[in-house]
Design a protein around this ligand. Structure first.
Ligand code: XMP
Ligand code: MG
Length: 183
């Protein structure tokens, strides 16, 4: 447990079990496709590292950073590329690896971008899905857990860049938003 958390939703063992299942599913779906796994920094970094170890296929990895929230816990709806991919996605089977889908704005932007760049196919795997937050009609192709409409941190997910290193995921106490100054 961590003093800034109200409660733990998923412990380390539960998360890794789920990541293994997702890895097995992706291994079977992509065995002959030489997929390009794209990690969306920084939130999906821990998930990506654990996931690709369980994806038993010939594949490549790339990384992209986009801004969606800034330091606040509210979605701005503004998506901007901070770091782009190193290689072209043209003709590639792309798997976008996300930490959490909330409003769906980021996901929609990313999918549209990959389609626009002529990827052969685009699917999204997210560890967490928060369907109650949706503002656009979009769903991930693979997801680990559905989460309630609360702000969660840990296992890559942050509040103002903190808590990403926690090996478990929990709900942040609401007085943390009230007392800490976002960067
Ligand atoms: P949208 O709203 O575009 O947002 O689907 C996806 C991105 O928003 C962040 N996000 C969160 N980050 N705890 C977090 O630490 C949360 O509960 C949460 N909900 C959304 C996250 O960066 C994700 O990639
Ligand atoms: Mg984030």
């Amino acid at each position: 447990m961590h003093p800034d958390l109200e409660r733990i939703l998923f412990d380390e063992k539960t998360i890794l079990e789920k990541v293994k299942q997702l890895g097995a599913q992706l291994s079977s779906d992509y065995h002959d496709k030489n997929p390009l796994f794209i990690c969306i920094l920084k939130g999906a970094s821990l998930f990506m590292a654990d996931l690709v170890k369980r994806v038993d296929v010939h594949m490549e990895m790339d990384f992209m950073a986009i801004s969606s929230y800034g330091a606040s816990s509210q979605s701005s709806g503004v998506v901007r590329i901070l770091k782009d991919l190193e290689r072209s996605v043209e003709g590639r089977h792309v798997v976008i690896v996300e930490d959490i889908v909330d409003t769906g704005l980021t996901l929609k932007y990313l999918r549209d971008t990959m389609v626009h760049r002529h990827a052969a196919s685009v699917r999204i795997v997210t560890l967490f899905d928060k369907p109650s937050g949706r503002k656009v009609d979009i769903a991930p192709d693979y997801y680990g857990f559905t989460v309630p409409n609360a702000f969660i941190v840990g296992y890559g997910l942050d509040y103002s860049e903190h808590y990403r290193n926690l090996p478990f995921v929990g709900v942040l106490k609401s007085d943390i938003y009230a007392t800490s100054e976002p960067d």
